[in-house]
Write a protein that binds this ligand. Structure first.
Ligand code: AMP
Ligand code: ZN
Length: 451
């Protein structure tokens, strides 16, 4: 088996070899917990979960780290505007600390509902202020920073190759950008530390060698990934929107401080769109997993939908698409539930399945292999064992699924009870009449042999 993955840094699909034999360090940018996650965010975590499962399928032990951004992510990527946490706090009428806790718990509930494997660490930015300060001090000593009246900034012109990940052309950026620069020297420079405004009513702020304030967004990921995985690890992931700013800046900081580009592979999931619009939390109108559940959709159907598109293509969410995913999942579950235990997996199908997932996580084609298996004439117990193998990657919880107990409406239950009473009283005419009524309503009565 050999695994190949697409690396945004090199823009190629290349063979994956871990830096340390047998072990993989995987860092995934986590949620900004000022609101619920939307199903677009969750698509990125499903992609990362599948990546982890495929790494484990290849025999690697994976140290998976997902951070929680609970401070410093400003409303605009250009280091302007309010901190999203403070904004969320004002909207909810609760403290920034309280909403961070609430939305972290809600996010982790979505995580479990989608059967995402638990990471080794969930580091929170606010728990790692000292690590971020040490990092900024190192950047300062090396001459990569400058101060303005509102913060400490990273000088991107000090670094050769800044923006390589995004193939940023600094000259083009300068010409095309009309963002307010404030006192920043260059449009691509970014905040490492922001001062609390004078007479500030900020809830989250700390002392620092430069003044009281809070960290910029990018520094948390450089500092926390270095703490938990070291400054040179295997794979760093996020959504495609992170390439140009957040990940380019993480790389700039780490290269300046540690001389590495942080991760050997950079992998990015493409967006889920809703009615052709980018789905952004700031739109105020977004779909949550809970909304789908309330509409009767199983979270596993949403997972199935994510698996049905390659992670490097945009997935357009529509009602038809989620219904099709739900019915495909139902068919797969029913087929699986009818197969007995006790078989061994079919080697040919296992090899075909593994080859697809190892080719840059080609889950749509891996699912096609599963359907070919379902329709095959292999013995049912062999099909079951083979699908069990596939489900270690698909994560659809097939073996844990039980057909839901039939929900019988109250009026139908009452008719059944009346019919039973008639039979007990040996009133066969009435029992037959009630059987006909039930049949007309779509309910078939089958009497057991003892009655
Ligand atoms: P945030 O909570 O905004 O920091 O985003 C959490 C994760 O979701 C990041 O990896 C983003 O890149 C990703 N993301 C944001 N919007 C979408 C979307 N519409 N589709 C897929 N991933 C997204
Ligand atoms: Zn990050």
């Amino acid at each position: 088996m050999s695994l190949a993955l697409y690396d945004t840094w090199s823009r190629t699909v290349r063979p994956f070899t871990p830096l340390q034999p047998g072990h993989v360090g995987l860092y995934c940018c986590g949620p900004t917990v000022y609101d619920h996650a939307h199903i677009g965010n969750l698509r990125t975590y499903v992609f990362e979960d599948v990546l982890r499962r495929v790494l484990e399928l290849n025999g690697y032990s994976v140290r998976h780290v997902v951070n929680i951004t609970d401070v410093g992510h400003l409303v605009s990527d250009a280091d302007e505007g309010e901190d999203k946490m403070e904004k969320g706090s004002r909207r909810a009428g609760e403290s920034a600390w309280a909403i961070a806790q609430r939305y972290t718990a809600a996010f982790q509930a979505d995580w479990r509902a989608l059967n995402l494997l638990e990471p080794a660490e969930w580091p929170r930015a606010t728990d790692h202020i000292p690590e971020q300060l040490v990092f900024i001090e190192a950047l300062e000593r090396k001459g990569f920073t400058y101060g303005t009246s509102d913060g400490i900034y990273f000088d991107t012109t000090r670094q050769d190759g800044y923006g390589h990940l995004a193939r940023l052309d600094r000259a083009g950026l300068w010409a095309g950008m009309r963002v307010a620069m404030g006192e920043k020297r260059n449009v691509s420079d970014f905040a490492l530390w922001k001062f609390s405004p004078p007479a500030s009513r900020r809830q989250m702020e700390w002392d620092s060698p430069w003044g009281r304030g809070f960290p910029g967004w990018h520094i948390e990921c450089s500092a926390m990934s270095a703490k938990y995985l070291g400054p040179w690890f295997d794979i760093h992931c996020g959504g495609e929107d992170h390439v140009a700013v957040h990940h380019s800046n993480e790389i700039a900081q780490t290269q300046a401080c540690h001389g590495t580009r942080l991760a050997n592979f950079w992998m990015h999931g493409h967006f889920l769109t809703l009615d052709d619009r980018k789905m952004a939390k700031t739109d105020g109108d977004f779909l949550r997993l809970q909304t789908l559940i309330d509409q009767g959709t199983d979270p596993m159907a949403y997972r199935y939908l994510c698996l049905s598109a390659h992670y490097r293509s945009t997935l357009r969410y529509t009602d038809e698409a989620i219904h099709a995913a739900q019915s495909a999942l139902d068919r797969l579950r029913k087929a699986y539930a009818g197969w007995p235990l006790g078989g061994t997996a079919d080697e040919g199908f296992v090899a075909r399945f593994n080859a697809e997932v190892n080719q840059d996580l080609n889950l749509p084609r891996a699912l096609a292999v599963v359907w070919a298996l379902v329709r095959s004439d292999l013995p049912p117990e062999v099909r079951r064992a083979t699908v069990d193998h596939a489900d270690t990657v698909l994560g659809l919880r097939l073996s844990g699924w039980a057909a839901p107990a039939l929900a019988i409406p109250e009026d139908i239950a009452a008719l059944f009870a009346q019919r039973q009473a008639a039979r007990d009283a040996r009133d066969w005419a009435q029992a037959d009449r009630l059987r006909a009524v039930l049949k007309a309503r779509g309910w078939q009565v089958e009497d057991g042999a003892s009655k």
